[in-house]
Ligand binder design. Sequence first.
Ligand SMILES: C[S@@+](CC[C@H](N)C(=O)[O-])C[C@H]1O[C@@H](n2cnc3c(N)ncnc32)[C@H](O)[C@@H]1O
Length: 332
Amino acid sequence: MDPRSEVLLRQTELFTGELLLAGLPADDLLGRLPLARGWSWHAGEQATLETRFPGRVEFAVERPAGSFAAAVLFLPKSRELSDYLLASLASAVAGGMLYLVGEKRAGVESTARRLSAFGQPRKLDSARHCQLWQVQVNEAPLAPRLHDLARRYPLDTTEGSLQVVSLPGVFSHGSLDVGSALLAEHLDGLPSGHLLDFGCGAGVMGALLKRRYPQSRVSLLDVDAFALESSRLTLQENGLEAEIIAGDGIAAAPFGLSAIVSNPPFHQGVKTDYSTSEALLAEAALHLEPRGEMRLVANSFLRYQPLIEAHLGPCQVLAEARGFRIYRASRR
Ligand SMILES: C[S@@+](CC[C@H](N)C(=O)[O-])C[C@H]1O[C@@H](n2cnc3c(N)ncnc32)[C@H](O)[C@@H]1O
């Protein structure tokens, strides 16, 4: 059981009614709270929960429809995302209770201060390095409109300017990441066919690929519903067509790819986590056609070359600048 769920279960009597659990971990909490439903924006966690509790958890960027007596937010890492989620949940439980639970080191205390927009917040518990806060929603806000919170920025390419649209919580919200900018400068000479933007975020790479290789089929894959919605908006804004895939890790990718392009993740929550990137390096060959190519950007301190050569094939450093490296490797 996730420590945040354990903290909730120390006061089960508060959570027995019709409850919405937003950003819930993939554990057994729903089994202990039979009237609760979940809202998840993480494709892997949602899939795990769906198997165990069919029909009780929605994968979405908007709050599930229905009436709820109370709602719990499991603190996400982005401040802008938590503001959107808190406003969305508070608008749904006017007069009822809104709870916030999160790890202290993830900043639950400072987010809890923002609950005062809705009423008088109270700290109910502090245990397992987490805190649980409660506010009775006396000042319910209007339901926020997610698309109003989108940020847009232009990206100049040799094929013209692209508009990138990003939503709260999405990687490098509102501006191009330094590593992604370097990768964008090194997309020449990819084999045509079926191209994958793995960990697409706001869809920068996927949109660039479709612009540069219009004859190729392009797929964009991410685990996060807000990233996928941003990618959809980016493609739409630029009149581009590509496939969007919700999935957790490279295992969710199509087969027979001619190239995988990625600025792979290495942070998850407040912890550093290389497992998604390591699985990408280890399993990319299964998803690439023979002589298919992987092109990656990564922090220069991450020693990916030997790993890529062990699993995929000859790997070359195409460029190194601003603390990042571009790797190019072909399947043997
Ligand atoms: C470093 S960001 C790159 C985003 C975008 N490609 C760019 O260049 O701006 C990595 C992305 O990987 C996604 N991600 C993290 N874990 C993942 C997983 N297990 N499966 C698929 N995508 C994942 C994150 O949501 C994030 O959007």
